[in-house]
Design a protein around this ligand. Sequence first.
Ligand code: GLV
Length: 325
Amino acid sequence: MKPKLLVARPIFQSVIESLSKKFEVTSNQADTPWTPEAWQQAIAHHDAALTTGSDPINANVLGAQPRLKIAANMAVGFNNFDVPAMTAVGVTATNTPDVLTETTADFGFALIMATARRMAESEHYLRAGHWKQWRYDMFAGAEVHGSTLGILGMGRIGQAIARRGALGFGMKVIYHNRSKLDATTEAECKASYVDKETLLKTSDHLVLVLPYSAASHHAIGASEIAQMKPTATLVNIARGGIVDDAALAVALKNKQIAAAGLDVFEGEPSVHPDLLKVSNVVLTPHIASSTVKTRLAMAQLAADNIASFFSNGKALTPLNQMAVK
Ligand code: GLV
């Protein structure tokens, strides 16, 4: 009998078809929303789950003796997984590192550009029919080239953004991270380690690329924003909850910093209503890794993790490693 696989949200049909050769697949191509009860029931009846960042796997969902053996997240972030709880009941957890690094870094840079150069704000102005004549100071923004790029969280994506800034835009790159990079990696990224206070005070453009956890909740709140330059921009492509969105909306309204670019939000897909009211913010719906090629690579890696686990007991990119049950 084929193992039963639950695909929680729509993914590429070609990936479903290839999974169907090895698994009895229950897919949610219709994108029917899960109630907590339906989700728990569905997990209870499957051997594997291909999840996205909005599908929780935790002690409550799994129960004490789950049938589930593996949950493969189609995302590099995995704060929807309680990995220790999964390990405790023998469930392998996987994510999709590497395949999205460069694409996500491109988008981080796109948000820096759009935010610093006021692209969304000026486009809205034009579309609304307000553009009547050229003015010397029209939507004058901040320089990107030659400025100081700050990166909070210096994993693979942070490093890819650093390379873009240093090599492509001649930026001075500073970063803060739980641990300092080794000298070779620092030299390759042309990035210097600084403490968080220096990062906040010195960056012209500050990009957040750190994982979400209890420790990083509201890592950027009112007091951190107050330390930033009034001309600075802030970009969040990491996770909602790392920034205190309510505090940021107040700071943007009061022009405590110049602008922000946000791809992720606390409680998304809801967006803090005050962020929708300020013009100096670029808002995108969690699409940093969204190119056709990269999303396909992510879906394929999640599928390959499940296939590899069932064929030889080893997931390709595990967050924990469990014995085959
Ligand atoms: C997207 O947010 C991801 O974690 O892959």
